[in-house]
Ligand binder design. Structure first.
Ligand code: MN3
Length: 262
């Protein structure tokens, strides 16, 4: 009788140990899980409620037609930019990660936040192509055929408070975009102190690699404007305001990361 009881207890104990071990081996929650606040650092960089998949990476469809942004960007540029350039970043990212099981469970955002943990042999490829994928995924969403005009929502007030006026903000953003030497991006970010800030990044670097949250960004690579504007980057920068999707920018400005909340 005692022996059976002991055996039974041992079985129970073993079961308990296995449950605990199983739980301990589970990956830490990602943006895909329904975790309570504070938000996972991955949430809301590419999309409101899910991180951007890197394995596989997939080209998201344009949310409008190629000619929809013709107030600022011509249809041919949009077609090439989305179907060729963005598609190439997606393809190259998939190629870079295909034989790298140790990083295949990580989102694009997670890879870019901690590039030093990416194997050195693929680090530059991941930096450029995960960055290119994330940057363009954001870019298509913060533009709209119904865009332009004055900012709306809380971001309008915050821009006025930070930069004095919307016109001042536009001026500073355009100057920063014009001054970015070579290829890169000009951004409005929320920095680690929770403040709005204009920054630029070279190549396809995304602000999250520097601990800043990208609220809106304009692509100043020549491929973004050269067919229509030739070398006149300043004219492209100034026309681009006609397609800015302020509703989406305002939504992004409200994102508070677990690590960056003030
Ligand atoms: Mn581009």
């Amino acid at each position: 009788m005692m022996k059976r009881l002991l055996k039974h207890s041992l079985k129970l104990l073993l079961g308990l140990v296995m449950v605990v071990m199983f739980a301990a081996c589970q990956p830490t929650p990602t943006a895909n899980s329904q975790s309570p606040a504070p938000a996972s650092p991955d949430v809301s960089v590419a999309y409101p409620a899910r991180a951007l998949s890197a394995s596989p990476a997939q080209l998201p469809p344009l949310p409008y037609g190629y000619d929809a942004l013709s107030k600022a960007i011509d249809a041919e540029t949009m077609r090439l930019h989305h179907d060729q350039h963005h598609a190439a970043y997606v393809k190259n990212l998939n190629e870079a990660l295909k034989d790298q099981p140790q990083v295949q469970n990580r989102s694009v955002e997670a890879l870019l936040r901690d590039l030093n943990s990416v194997p050195e042999s693929i680090r530059m490829k991941v930096r450029n192509n995960a960055g290119g994928h994330l940057n363009h995924t954001i870019f298509w969403q913060i533009m709209s055929p119904d865009g332009g005009g004055q900012p709306t929502g809380a971001i309008a007030q915050e821009i006025n408070q930070t930069f004095g006026s919307f016109e001042n903000f536009q001026k500073q953003f355009n100057v920063a975009g014009g001054d970015r030497f070579g290829s890169g991006w000009v951004w409005l970010v929320r920095n680690g102190q929770g403040q709005l800030q204009i920054t630029t990044t070279p190549n396809q670097d995304n602000p999250i690699s520097e601990g800043n949250f990208p609220i809106m960004g304009n692509d100043v690579w020549e491929h973004a404007y050269y067919l229509k504007y030739r070398n006149r980057r300043a004219e492209y920068l100034s026309n681009w305001w006609n397609v800015v999707n302020w509703a989406e920018v305002d939504r992004r400005a409200k994102v508070r990361l677990g690590t960056a909340s003030s």
